[in-house]
Design a binder for this molecule. Structure first.
Ligand SMILES: Cc1ncc(COP(=O)(O)O)c(C=O)c1O
Length: 409
């Protein structure tokens, strides 16, 4: 009898639970969610775990400023919490006062006219991509991206069943698209994404090229998406905004990089007239509103651009150190560091497995970097991305470690 064994008798409830478990194991999982992991974030997790255990690592992996928003702006955010601890929802497209400040910034910084009505504040620019792609494209549409590329473009597009058409760039075009390259591409796509300065290469479109690309897009019925996430972090000349050259382009930007508000998760879209209402309705339904306290800080941060420009001067100093020291560590072929806080190094002569190379560098030299495979599935086994957003003394120490490591290998 079952009672004399250790096994409990099957009750109706047990039987039902067993059936549920069997059914659960056969439940459908969407094919579109089967996207690759983001290696840079995986490495960041590993680095954080080791750092928490006391391992002394120099960070050139994840792409984020090592400093926070200017202290006075933070004080303002704290005062806003005290004033209104509730911090309820805002308008789905963001506080009108913030939209106005963003629009004014386009006039002041670029001399471009942006109507505050066409500005939508988003949960990081990552949230902006979802809104922009949903508003502009249908499942089955095709969007061109240029490799090496920020990997989330491909992965978000694919998750929305939009095809990412990869077009290779090379040092010959400074790892950027050109209107000429587009002309040769077959023109078989509905949208294209430019990113200048670029993650992962740090390269920029030369002055005038964005206007040519915008004209090419209009002529060929292609929706231009300009990811301007690294604007403000440039060293020789300012980046140009697509908002100046196109009535149809979608412009994305973020408070995560130049504005040093990474974890506050705020970005924005400057939209063309034909997409604004669609994006508003999507924003209401998908996100309700972007984070309120972050919007207060973002509004105030425009009073502290001097501090943010000082951060850029630190990146400039770090960049000079890398350009001087990296070749001494055997990294002789690196991208032009025009902007952002990255260089992309060709390491073909050192490895054909950039993932293993970065892992060994982390274990042996205690320096984190990101394998090129994140950015370029076809060619990234021979490249790595090096981020120089950390403190100058840490960048110097990282270079010393790399030189010693390379000499030992
Ligand atoms: C080119 C580029 N675009 C967009 C993003 C997304 O940034 P966020 O969601 O923090 O605005 C990043 C982040 O690294 C990036 O490098």
């Amino acid at each position: 009898m079952a009672f004399l064994t250790n096994e409990k008798p099957k009750t109706t409830l047990n039987v039902q639970n067993d059936k549920k478990k069997m059914k659960a194991s056969r439940l459908k999982i969407s094919a579109r969610s089967d996207i690759p992991m983001f290696r840079a974030l995986d490495i960041l997790r590993e680095v954080n775990e080791r750092a928490a255990k006391g391992v002394d690592i120099r960070r050139m992996g994840a792409g984020q400023p090592s400093v926070g928003a200017p202290p006075e702006a933070l004080e303002y955010a704290i005062s806003m919490i005290r004033k209104d601890p509730r911090q309820g929802y805002t308008e789905a497209v963001g506080m009108p006062t913030l939209c106005e400040r963003i629009a004014a910034y386009y006039k002041d910084y670029y001399g471009a006219n942006v109507n505050p009505r066409n500005v939508v504040v988003t949960t990081g620019s990552s949230g902006g991509f979802i809104l922009a792609f949903l508003a502009a494209f249908d499942a089955g549409d095709r969007v061109a991206i240029f490799t090496p590329t920020y990997p989330a473009y491909r992965n978000i597009l694919n998750a929305l069943n939009i095809e990412a058409v990869e077009i290779e760039t090379s040092p010959q075009t400074n790892y950027q698209p050109t209107a000429e390259l587009l002309e040769q591409s077959g023109k078989n796509f509905d949208g294209l994404i430019v990113n200048s300065p670029s993650n992962p290469t740090g390269t920029m479109l030369p002055p005038g090229e964005l206007e040519k690309i915008a004209r090419w897009c209009d002529k060929n019925g292609v929706r231009l998406i300009s990811d301007e996430a690294y604007h403000g972090i440039t060293y020789d000349h300012k980046a140009e905004t697509a908002a100046k050259y196109s009535q149809t382009a979608i412009v994305l930007n973020t408070f995560s990089k130049y504005f040093a508000m990474t974890g506050w998760r705020l970005g924005w879209l400057a939209l063309p007239e034909d997409l604004t209402d669609r994006v508003k309705k999507l924003a209401e339904n998908l996100f309700v509103s972007p984070p309120t306290i972050s919007q207060h800080l973002a509004w105030k941060i425009f009073d502290h651009l001097g501090d943010l420009n000082a951060y850029v001067e630190t990146y400039r100093e770090n960049r000079a150190i890398l350009l001087r020291e990296l070749p001494k560590a055997g990294f002789t072929s690196i991208s032009n560091a025009d902007g952002a806080f990255y260089v992309y190094a060709d390491v073909h002569h050192l490895t054909n497995d950039s993932e293993d190379f970065c892992r060994r560098m982390l274990n042996e030299a205690r320096v984190s970097t990101t394998p090129g495979l994140d950015f370029d599935v076809a060619r990234g086994h021979g490249s790595i991305r090096i981020c120089y957003a950390d403190k100058t003394e840490d960048i110097l120490e990282a270079c010393e470690r790399l030189k010693i490591w390379r000499n030992q290998n």
